[in-house]
Design a protein around this ligand. Structure first.
Ligand code: GDP
Length: 299
C-alpha cells in the first residue's frame, strides 16, 4: 500500500489538489460539478467516465455545502466501481505444464522489465520459469532478457538477432517441456509502426505454439506505459486486433500524473488488468486492486 501510494503520488496530488481547491468554500452546483468533470478529464479518466462520476457526486447534493474530503471519497467509490470488474490476478495454472504467457507491447512500454519482475515473483513462489527471447529484432532486447534470466535464475532460450521469432517460441516451449518448467514467458517485438509485419510475426508465433499445445498461449498480456496517457487507448485497440490480448499490465505509474488513464481503459475495453508497475525495481510489480488503486489516485 505504501509503495502504491508513493508511486501514484503525482496522479493523486493533481486530483486531490484540484478537488480541494474546487470545493473549499463553494457549494455544490452545476458550475462546480462542471469544474469537477474538467478536473477528472484532465486526469485522463475519459470524457464519459468523468461525466458519470460528476453526476454521481451531484446526486441529491445540489446547493449544499460539501467537504472536499467527502467529494474525494465519492469519486474514489465511483472509480472503484469502474475498476472492480476488471481487477483480475494473473493465475498461472494449466492442465498441462507449462503455462504459456505471450507478452506484447510497444518498445519502451516496459515489457522486458515486466517479464523480469514476473520471473522473480514466480521464482519466489517456487516455480520453474523459461524465458524465450522472441524480440529478435533488437539485439539489446535479447541481452536485456538474459540479464533478467541471470538475476532470477530463469532459463533463457534465444537465437541470434534477426532470427525467426516463431522459431524462438518453438525452442522455448520445447525447452520448457523438456525441463518440466511451470511457466514459459515469450517476449515479442514491439514494432507497432510496422503493423502488418508485426501481426504476421505474432500470428506465426501463436500458430507454432498451438501446434504443440492447442490450449496455448494461455494468456496474451499487453504492457502499457501510463506516461503516454491517451495514446495507451489506441495501443490497446491495435494490440487487441494484432494479438488477441487477454489482459493488461500498466507500467510506470510512478512518476506520472496520468494514472487515471487506467480508468478510461477499464471503462472502454473491460479487459482484465492483472498487475501494475510502480518502479524499475524487481519488487515494483504489484497486483492490481481496485479499491487501493481508486483510493491512491484520488489522494
Ligand atoms: P520494452 O522495450 O517494452 O521491453 O521496455 P523495457 O522493459 O526495456 O522498459 C523501458 C524502460 O522503462 C526501462 O528503463 C525500464 O527500467 C523502465 N520501466 C519499466 N517499468 C517501469 C515502471 O513500472 N516504472 C518506472 N519508473 N520505470 C519502468
Amino acid at each position: 500500500w505504501k509503495r502504491l501510494t508513493q508511486g501514484l503520488t503525482r496522479t493523486a496530488s493533481s486530483l486531490s489538489t484540484g478537488i480541494t481547491d474546487l470545493f473549499t468554500k463553494r457549494k455544490l452546483d452545476a458550475g462546480t460539478l462542471e469544474d469537477l468533470e474538467d478536473i477528472l478529464i484532465r486526469a485522463d479518466l475519459g470524457v464519459e467516465t468523468s461525466a458519470r462520476i460528476a453526476e454521481a457526486v451531484g446526486k441529491g447534493r445540489y446547493e449544499k455545502d460539501i467537504d472536499p474530503e467527502e467529494v474525494r471519497s465519492l469519486v474514489a467509490a465511483e472509480i472503484e466501481a469502474v475498476l472492480k470488474p476488471i481487477a483480475t490476478p494473473l493465475v498461472f495454472t494449466t492442465d498441462t505444464k507449462p503455462f504459456v504467457l505471450l507478452m506484447v507491447g510497444v518498445n519502451g512500454s516496459g515489457k522486458t522489465t515486466t517479464i523480469g519482475k514476473l520471473a522473480a515473483t514466480l521464482r519466489d513462489e517456487g516455480k520453474k520459469v523459461v524465458l524465450a527471447a522472441g524480440d529478435t529484432f533488437r539485439a539489446a532486447a535479447i541481452e536485456q532478457l538474459k540479464v533478467w534470466a541471470d538475476r532470477t535464475g530463469a532459463t533463457i532460450v534465444s537465437r541470434e538477432p534477426g532470427a525467426d521469432a516463431a522459431g524462438v517460441a518453438f525452442d522455448g516451449l520445447a525447452k520448457a517441456r523438456a525441463d518440466g518448467a511451470d511457466v514459459l514467458i515469450i517476449d515479442t517485438a514491439g514494432r507497432l509502426q510496422n503493423r502488418a509485419e508485426l501481426m504476421a510475426e505474432l500470428e506465426k508465433v501463436v500458430r507454432v505454439i498451438k501446434k504443440q499445445d492447442p490450449a496455448a498461449p494461455h494468456a496474451v498480456v499487453l504492457t502499457l506505459d501510463a506516461t503516454v496517457g491517451q495514446n495507451a487507448l489506441s495501443q490497446v485497440e491495435a494490440f487487441r486486433r494484432v494479438a488477441g490480448v487477454t489482459g493488461l499490465v500498466m507500467t510506470k505509474l510512478d512518476g506520472t500524473a496520468r494514472g487515471g488513464i487506467l480508468v478510461a481503459i477499464a471503462a472502454k475495453h473491460g479487459l482484465p488488468v492483472h498487475l501494475i508497475g510502480v518502479g524499475e525495481g524487481i519488487d515494483d510489480l504489484q497486483p492490481f486492486a481496485a479499491r487501493d488503486f481508486a483510493r491512491a489516485i484520488v489522494g
